[in-house]
Design a protein around this ligand. Structure first.
Ligand SMILES: [Zn+2]
Length: 588
């Protein structure tokens, strides 16, 4: 992997201590910069400092998630978040402000070589333009409200099956082949959620009021425009999102409802109810594609070897076992992997780049399920993205906007589909293989309609910030009628009008959701090309797009990967028609 390109940050720099960071940041703030060449050198030095600080935070986060019971690492992470990060933030903003000023003064993004700095200049200018001193306390209030929401949701438990259970634990009952068990579990969860429905409405009301004020303070008529700018959505607007909603309504929802009708008749039901959506329609047990992280790695390697030698080579670099965050990788450097589930590990999965050493890290809790296979292939896609950008000198360009990062990961979930079976693969039995493929394809389509529902809801909420709770519930019901599943909600109206309350993004990360829809369409676009022109061509495009990192605007990243930047009904129909044809070929 590439070595750092700047010697500005000493080798023994400790990015977890503000006392180490401050003098280097001050030196950058005070260093005279009179020419474009000096500004480029300044940028590289700042990039090294940011990478070193980012890696220090990453290492603390990795240790914290791998060791939830170790008070030492928990305390170190909390100290960093509460004491170091808030002091670094104003310095980072001062550096942004200086960069925006110098970039304008020295015309960094024009003239010879200026093209290279267009994205960086645009992003930095945006941050400086949005900043308002009076919004700082409002942001703090919003963070506290977000924490209150998390606590309210996290504290929910129900007594079921003879014991107290959390909501994630209850979700497993939705796969039970006993319909009475599913219904009982669903009703228990809903009853518990409804007890806090008013409290959550209150939190959301307060969030909407503050976000509206944040936007007005920054000179916007409402929070929609502010959020687009804050999320650096320079290359698409509300009309693109509306086109995505239309495509979902016209093309995706009809397919989902056809699949729901099949589900209803396969299960032999008079009516499909909300608790009938996750059970296997033939009453089979869950798939068990592997056991243990070592087998997950070896079988994933088989998948990538069959898919493409370039991807196989990158995957092999990550190691041949499940890894452990505190033990070295085979190449002697810090671990790339920590995959096995064990006591004291946080839930979930993620890929985190250690920015200074430029080494990715994948965290997982592999439990032998098909969704673990998807997660492994997904996070491997993020790691490939990181690895393909290691030689980019500027940290800001070593990662792409989220809309494209998720193309890197979701594409691997889809292009791997033809390689899940066979000897040495996850599903030697072809019936299991077909089931896994069907599952993946159906999920990739079903999620799009839910994304449209959430996205359309937020657009309405923030464009009409003075709505009443009744109006909000009525609007949600209208959206569910437009995008929802073919489910019979008779007698369950109170549950139906509050289903949005469990979508955490609405609270902690407003407007952050359509990104997954845009990326999923990109991934499906590459999947379609692999079927039409062969996998090698699709991987060529995949690598070409990923290698650009974040150095080009979003539509150009899509173009480099051979993808249209179009989310409207016509573009989506081409994809969905093919998905439906592929599903028809697969046995149930
Ligand atoms: Zn991802």
């Amino acid at each position: 992997m590439a070595a750092p390109t700047s010697t500005f940050v000493p080798a023994d720099f400790d990015g977890t201590r503000f006392e180490s960071i401050e003098p280097l940041a001050r030196a950058l703030l005070e260093r005279p910069v009179a020419t474009k060449a000096e500004l480029v050198a300044w940028l590289l030095d700042r990039s090294e400092l940011d990478a070193a600080c980012g890696e220090a935070g990453a290492n603390l986060y990795i240790a914290m998630t791998c060791n939830t019971e170790d008070q030492g690492v928990q305390g170190a992470y909390a100290r960093y978040v509460e004491e170091v990060a808030p002091k670094v933030k104003p310095l980072a903003f001062a550096l942004d402000k200086r960069l925006a000023g110098l970039a304008a003064e020295l015309a960094l993004d024009s003239g010879e070589g200026g093209e290279r700095y267009k994205v960086l200049t645009r992003d930095t200018r945006c941050e400086v333009e949005l900043f308002r001193e009076e919004n700082v306390p409002l942001e703090t209030e919003l963070a506290l409200l977000g924490q209150k929401y998390d606590q309210t949701i996290g504290a929910m438990t129900v007594d079921f099956d003879g014991r107290e259970q959390t909501m994630p634990q209850m979700a497993r009952y939705m796969e039970s082949t006993d319909r009475a068990v599913r219904e009982g579990a669903w009703r228990a969860m809903v009853a518990r959620r409804l007890r806090d429905a008013d409290a959550i409405d209150e939190i959301y009301d307060q969030m909407i009021e503050r976000r509206d004020r944040v936007a007005r303070n920054a000179g916007f008529p409402d929070y929609v425009g502010y959020a687009y700018k804050a999320k650096h959505r320079f290359d698409y607007g509300v009309s693109h999102c509306n086109a995505f909603h239309d495509a979902c309504e016209q093309v995706i929802v009809p397919l989902i409802r056809r699949l729901d009708a099949k589900r209803k008749s396969a299960l032999g039901l008079e009516a499909l109810r909300p608790w009938d959506l996750s059970v296997d329609i033939k009453g089979r047990d869950p798939l068990r594609p592997f056991s243990g992280g070592a087998e997950l790695v070896s079988k994933s390697r088989v998948v990538f070897e069959r898919l493409d030698p370039r991807l196989a080579k990158m995957f092999a670099q990550l190691g041949d076992g499940p890894g452990r965050y505190d033990q070295p990788a085979p190449d002697g450097g810090p671990a790339y992997l920590d995959l096995d589930s064990r006591k004291g590990k946080a839930p979930g999965g993620y890929q985190f780049m250690r920015d200074r050493q430029r080494r990715p890290f994948i965290f997982m809790n592999a439990a032998g399920m098909q969704r673990d296979v998807s997660t492994m292939l997904h996070e491997a896609g993020h790691a490939f993205h990181s690895m393909l950008c290691v030689n980019e000198p500027l940290l800001a360009y070593r990662s792409a906007p989220i809309e494209f990062c998720e193309v890197a990961s979701m594409t691997m979930e889809l292009l791997s589909l033809p390689h899940l079976g066979g000897p040495g693969g996850f599903y030697p039995d072809s019936k299991d293989e077909a089931r896994a493929r069907r599952h993946q394809l159906e999920d990739s389509i079903t999620i799009l309609a839910w994304i449209a529902t959430i996205d359309a809801f937020q657009h309405w909420v923030y464009a009409n910030p003075r709505h009443t709770r009744d109006e909000r519930r009525a609007h949600w019901l209208g959206l569910d009628a437009r995008f929802g599943r073919a489910v019979d909600w008779t007698g369950l109206e109170a549950a139906r009008q509050n289903t949005w309350q469990r979508q955490t993004h609405l609270f902690g990360h407003p407007f952050y959701y359509i990104e997954y829809g845009i990326a999923q369409l990109g991934a499906l676009g590459l999947w379609l090309r692999s079927l039409e022109e062969g996998p090698a061509k699709a991987i060529d495009l995949y690598i070409a797009g990923l290698s650009l990192g974040g150095s080009r605007p979003l539509p150009e990243l899509f173009a480099a990967a051979g993808l249209p930047f179009d989310f409207g009904p016509a573009a989506v129909r081409r994809i969905v028609d093919r998905v439906e044809r592929e599903l028809e070929k697969l046995p149930e």
